[in-house]
Design a protein around this ligand. Structure first.
Ligand SMILES: NC(=O)c1ccc[n+]([C@@H]2O[C@H](COP(=O)([O-])OP(=O)(O)OC[C@H]3O[C@@H](n4cnc5c(N)ncnc54)[C@H](OP(=O)(O)O)[C@@H]3O)[C@@H](O)[C@H]2O)c1
Length: 212
């Protein structure tokens, strides 16, 4: 599958790694093309044969699935600016809308970043995923030898199934977390995970895993 990732930072690398590991083609959109090229090189060298291309903002949005690997505020801006280009596409929201002191969420009670994005993109299929997995663990694909759980929430079943398949292709376990409204809990879960890193000395190398 051809997938676009907007953002070439830590999560662009983490999700890009899992996508090329799964045999998918990735277009990296970055405002700094040198940085995008460097990440493309990293992904290609980790997975020889991987097809990774780069594009600047305003381009590279022709693929049917677009991952927004941007800070929350930038993702909202991107959605406002590119709503027409993103219409009809599956948009993966990975954001954690942290407040300025990183100890709470900037979203209003009773909603979520994903639902806010969906309001801005009424003609797109917004899927919440990857917000509870730290970037370094995505590069590794596991923590302590255990594949990561990726919680996926969306209102559109086909879009959610496509993202769950990408997760599985990348060697991770996808968990259908229900409708997009579940993003409220997923964003809270990620916040809790972030606040635990320092006191427990986890170094962002931990993961939430559902054990039955
Ligand atoms: N890091 C994690 O472990 C983790 C885990 C789960 C979810 N998340 C979420 O994933 C998202 C990305 O996090 P990250 O760790 O990848 O951040 P990051 O390493 O700082 O990368 C952010 C990317 O967004 C770009 N960007 C920043 N501000 C922008 C703007 N105003 N307009 C356009 N592009 C902009 C940056 O471009 P430049 O490189 O040019 O600055 C960079 O490519 C965030 O929403 C975060 O909450 C992160």
């Amino acid at each position: 599958m051809d997938i676009t990732i907007v953002g070439t930072g830590n999560m662009g690398r983490g999700i890009g790694t899992r996508l090329v590991a799964g045999g998918h083609n990735v277009t990296l959109v970055g405002r700094d093309l040198d940085k995008a090229e460097a990440l493309a090189g990293t992904l290609r060298s980790g997975y020889p044969g991987a097809r990774v291309t780069v594009a600047k903002p305003g381009e590279g949005l022709t693929n049917g699935l677009v991952v927004l690997a941007l800070p929350y505020a930038a993702a909202l801006d991107f959605a406002r600016t590119n709503a027409t280009a993103l219409a009809g596409k599956t948009i993966v929201d990975i954001t954690n809308p942290l407040n300025g002191s990183y100890d709470g969420l900037a979203t209003d009670p009773g909603t979520s970043a994903a639902e806010t994005l969906a309001v801005l993109l009424p003609d797109s299929r917004v899927v919440k995923a990857f917000n509870t997995t730290f970037a370094g663990t995505l590069v590794a694909g596991n923590v302590a030898g255990q594949p990561l759980d990726v919680f996926v929430a969306a209102n559109d079943d086909a879009a959610k199934a496509a993202v769950l398949q990408l997760v599985a292709d990348g060697g991770l376990r996808g968990i259908d977390a229900g409708k997009l409204e579940r993003a409220r809990q997923l964003e809270g879960l990620a916040l809790l995970g972030i606040t635990l890193q320092m006191p427990l000395g986890l170094g962002f190398q931990s993961a939430w895993r559902l054990v039955a």
